[in-house]
Write a protein that binds this ligand. Structure first.
Ligand SMILES: Nc1nc2c(c(=O)[nH]1)N[C@H]1C(S)=C(S)[C@@H](COP(=O)(O)O)O[C@H]1N2
Ligand SMILES: [Mo]
Length: 553
């Protein structure tokens, strides 16, 4: 019984720590709350293959899984500390403080971490220590004749310890089982201040929940301001419109990805446990660094007042496995990046400029390195402010992100952008490059079968096989499909929107009953046909043919 209550004490102390940390984080910033900070630190340290595994298996829920995992570990730890504190209270307290210190360290040590970020964990740790002392104190003190056990650790230390010894090994004795706080006269060897415990535990849990809810509320109100600033954004008509999507770019086949990916379905890959909510009104972008003769600081309105372009561009993640879902096509509105850089005095290395790397930095400390030559070679590299007719969604980088056709997201598509620095690849490695990914990563030509789905069982006869293929900034020239390793059949290509977008394809399969394997491969305008050689996503993108096994009826 006392063991269980001690575990409960640990849990309540842990709850108090997290709740008060949430409240304090509202005064610092939401990212500084301990679970978020520790989660972020774990993400930063996750080896590329494990991160890839998480993205693959949990998809967009990977972060939820991570946070639940941390909470589960914390709960286990809290219960253990609670039980241990029955006997070794100082050790329990020290362990709690160590955990507070871990949270504080994780928060400060994040790429965008600052010293005040330690505060939520420090306050949480200290408070948890106090709560643990209070509750375990009730468990180890004798009920007094008046029902209050006047315990504050020191005065009853001696009796507490002796009481501890008797059932620290978890044995229950009869005296304990029916020890009753209502009956102050009962003072058996296992008796403790039950009433005091219940009151203290309830009060601590209720106060914690209150603090936690208030913290949540306050954190949400910060987000509300950002949401208000997003609602008031009016995207100007772009000076250069996207060309109309050709009729026939979308084959409208059931099961085939739509040509334009709606924002709500657009894949999301980032390291942010708390999606940054940036207030566009106070947002500024700095452009500076090597070879910048006129450093710029721009507001969101400054960007909107420039000549905007509108383009359809397909984004792809380097962590997308063959056949994977991390690719999407959107209509972006933004400021051409090359013009901005020229205004700042930047020359690309091909024209004698000293900087070959453009490092974009986000408000959450992500760094992404892009070749300056790629940004300034005439392609539609942009600082995007709009996505499919609306301001960028928060998940996709509001207020401003980069988009560079032809490069994987981790080397081009910085979300929640706030700083652009010109430097060299020799001098600086960006976030993922420090974690075994390549410095440069153009998107590899790929194709995917969307329908039929794996293990589908279509009826024998004419079965539509369809999917998408992409080779951004080169264009898709040809797509072929084969069955059971037979001859390649040319697929019919949908009309091309631009070389920066994916292209749908279809092939009508005269399917016979039985189990069959469908395979697809694409060839780009440079004449490169996808290799069948399977390589994983690390360090610069997967290769191989997508295949689907179906059982025709
Ligand atoms: N700030 C920030 N920007 C980021 C990332 C990130 O983790 N943080 N991830 C990049 C990666 S790996 C990809 S693939 C794209 C994904 O953009 P999306 O989430 O809008 O699809 O964003 C890029 N920009
Ligand atoms: Mo990515």
């Amino acid at each position: 019984m006392r063991g269980t209550l001690a575990a409960l004490s640990g849990l309540i102390a842990g709850l108090a720590a997290l709740c008060v940390a949430e409240l304090v984080s509202a005064a610092v910033r939401p990212e500084a709350s301990p679970v978020t900070a520790v989660g972020g630190a774990v993400i930063d340290r996750t080896p590329a293959p494990v991160k890839d595994f998480a993205v693959r298996n949990f998809g967009n829920d990977d972060k939820l899984v991570l946070q639940l995992g941390i909470l589960a570990l914390l709960a286990l730890f809290a219960m253990t500390v609670g039980v241990a504190s029955l006997r070794y209270r100082k050790v329990g307290a020290a362990a709690v403080l160590v955990f507070g210190a871990i949270g504080a360290w994780a928060a400060v040590e994040r790429p965008d971490g600052r010293v005040p970020d330690a505060l939520p964990s420090v306050v949480g740790g200290l408070l948890a220590c106090g709560v643990l002392y209070l509750l375990v104190g009730r468990l180890t003190s004798r009920p007094s004749p008046h029902g209050d056990a006047g315990t504050d650790g020191t005065t009853t230390e001696a009796s507490a310890t002796s009481a501890d010894r008797q059932d620290a090994d978890g044995q229950q004795d009869a005296g304990e089982q029916d020890a009753d706080g209502q009956d102050p006269g009962r003072r058996g060897p296992g008796a403790f201040d039950r009433r005091g415990f219940v009151i203290a535990a309830t009060a601590a849990a209720a106060a914690s929940a209150g603090a936690g809810l208030l913290g949540r509320r306050l954190n949400a109100s910060g987000a509300a301001e950002a949401a208000a600033s997003r609602r008031t954004v009016v995207l100007p008509t772009p000076a250069s419109r996207a060309r109309a999507i050709p009729a026939g770019a979308d084959l409208k086949i059931r099961g085939l990805s739509s040509f334009v990916t709606p924002n709500k379905d657009f894949y999301r890959v980032d390291t942010a446990l708390v999606v940054p909510r940036v207030d566009a009104d106070s947002w500024r972008l700095r452009i500076h660094g090597k070879g910048v003769t006129r450093p710029l600081t721009l507001s969101f309105q400054d960007l909107l007042q420039r000549e905007l372009i509108e383009r359809d561009i397909t984004l792809t993640c380097v962590s997308n496995e063959v056949g994977g879902p991390y690719v999407g096509n959107a209509r972006w509105i933004g400021v051409p990046l090359a013009g901005l850089l020229r205004e700042a005095g930047v020359r690309p290395p091909s024209k004698g400029g000293p900087a070959d790397q453009l490092v974009s930095r986000s408000v959450d400390g992500m760094t992404i390195g892009t070749p300056v030559d790629a940004v300034m070679d005439g392609r539609d590299a942009m600082l995007a402010v709009g996505m499919n007719g609306e301001p960028l969604p928060f998940d996709h980088g509001f207020p401003v992100r980069m988009v560079v056709p032809g490069l994987y997201g981790y080397v081009s598509a910085c979300k929640w952008l706030e700083d652009l620095e010109l430097t060299t690849f020799a001098d600086y490695d960006a976030y993922w490059v420090k974690r075994t990914w390549s410095r440069q990563a153009p998107i590899k030509t790929q194709s995917r079968i969307d329908t039929p789905r794996p293990f589908a069982s279509p009826k024998a006869g004419r079965v539509p096989v369809a999917g998408v293929a992409w080779a951004q900034h080169r264009g898709v020239e040809r797509v072929e499909v084969r069955v059971d390793g037979g001859d390649w059949n040319p697929a019919q290509l949908a009309a091309e929107d631009s070389e920066d977008t994916w292209r749908q394809w279809r092939w009508e399969w005269p399917a016979t009953s039985g189990s069959h394997t469908l395979e697809v491969r694409a060839t780009d305008r440079d004449g490169n046909t996808q290799t069948d050689k399977r390589v994983g996503t690390v360090p610069n993108g997967a290769t191989g043919w997508h295949s689907v096994v179906v059982a025709v009826d």
